[in-house]
Design a protein around this ligand. Structure first.
Ligand code: TYM
Length: 333
């Protein structure tokens, strides 16, 4: 039978904190499911994380934990390439090259740069500014067709497309032009304490964020405290941002539609609904946590997977880098 080659996907997650429910529902769960139909490459993007100061011991732990969590949610290191970005030097190398094909004005328009420089006015470093170029290098290095992300990363993927097209126009076909892949229903999971803000690893209020490693009691407590409006009807309506966010989460973990959820909670108050959402999320996280505990305890296995992933990633990326070098007039040895 004729072998049909699968499309390739690349995606990454920063190890700046333990991945949370927004990361899981908006991105990681897709990463797992997409293994069926795509050739997948996933990275813990440690280089990206130092645009904001990190504590070394904590960062080291979080890189290992994030990697173990990817395996725990069902990403198979035999089938997909799973690696730590800093283990493949080609990312930094292509990033420099691409930065010479990216305009200052383009980078100045990136909303994440504007937000983060407002948040950290004392440290608006060049890395924060060129962050999207490194992200473009991550994607283009592997000739990815599709990039699964939450909506907050769409602008960065669009920049990667523009850079790829610009380079291709100048030097002939070099890079695959990637498409973002965004699951609409969970494109932006909001904070539990302020449903107008996205759930974010850097949120200072721990009640805003459900970590994938929170135990059952913590999960239940956080959902019980989730900020909602002063009404009592579980209904997806204007002005009910908190309830709509909880409905999105409940829908994502139970596969129930909004109509089914509204029917289920007809005549019941917000309290009952919050408890049900907490229980459903905790039920989803328990098997992931059991698997995580098993993997993180096996250092030899974890390091073996990292090493293997880094080798496979390097091999794939070297082809692109050599092609780029040749087009630019550099000498490949
Ligand atoms: P990061 O680490 O912030 O987030 C990882 C993934 O989770 C998604 N996400 C969310 N989805 C729904 N609701 C939320 N509240 C939420 N918060 C985060 C993000 O959209 C992302 O898909 N720059 C990237 C990492 C990166 C990358 C790449 C991604 C580096 N290189 C190349 C794709 C391709 C980031 O900071 O993601």
């Amino acid at each position: 039978m004729e072998e049909i080659s699968k499309k390739r996907i690349f995606s990454g997650i920063q190890p700046t904190n333990t991945p949370h429910l927004g990361n899981y529902l908006g991105a990681l769960r897709n990463w797992k499911n997409m293994q069926e139909d795509y050739d997948c490459i996933y990275s813990i993007v440690d280089l990206h994380s130092i645009t904001v100061r990190q504590e070394p011991a904590k960062l080291r732990r979080q890189i290992a934990e994030s990697y173990a969590l990817l395996l725990a949610i069902g990403i198979d290191p035999e089938r997909s390439v799973v690696f730590v970005q800093g283990h493949n030097p080609a990312h930094a190398q292509l990033s420099w090259i691409l930065s010479c094909f990216t305009q200052f004005g383009e980078l100045s328009r990136m909303t994440q740069f504007k937000d983060k420089s407002q948040k950290h006015p004392e440290n608006i470093n060049a890395g924060l500014f060129t962050y999207p170029v490194l992200m473009a290098a991550d994607i283009l290095l592997y000739q990815a067709d599709v990039v699964p992300v939450g909506i907050d990363q769409k602008q960065h993927v669009e920049l990667a497309r523009n850079i790829a097209q610009r380079f291709n126009n100048l030097y002939g076909d070099t890079f695959t032009v990637p498409e973002p892949y965004i699951v609409k229903a969970v494109q932006k999971i909001m904070s539990l304490s302020d449903p107008t803000k996205k759930m974010s690893k850097s949120d200072e209020n721990p009640n805003s964020v459900v970590s994938l490693l929170d135990d059952r009691d913590t999960v239940l407590r956080k959902f019980k405290r989730a900020v909602t409006d002063s009404g009592s009807e579980v209904k997806a309506e204007e002005g009910k941002d908190g309830i709509v966010n909880l409905m999105s989460i409940y829908s994502a973990v139970t596969n129930k539609t909004f109509d089914e959820i509204e029917n289920e909670f007809k005549g019941k108050g917000y309290g009952d609904f919050k408890t049900a959402v907490g229980e459903a999320v905790a039920d989803t996280l328990t098997p992931v946590q059991n698997e995580f505990n098993r993997i993180i305890a096996d250092k030899t296995y974890l390091e073996g997977c990292m090493k293997d992933g880094a080798e496979k990633a390097y091999k794939l990326s070297r082809r692109t880098l050599q092609k780029v070098n040749k087009k630019l007039g550099f000498i490949n040895l």
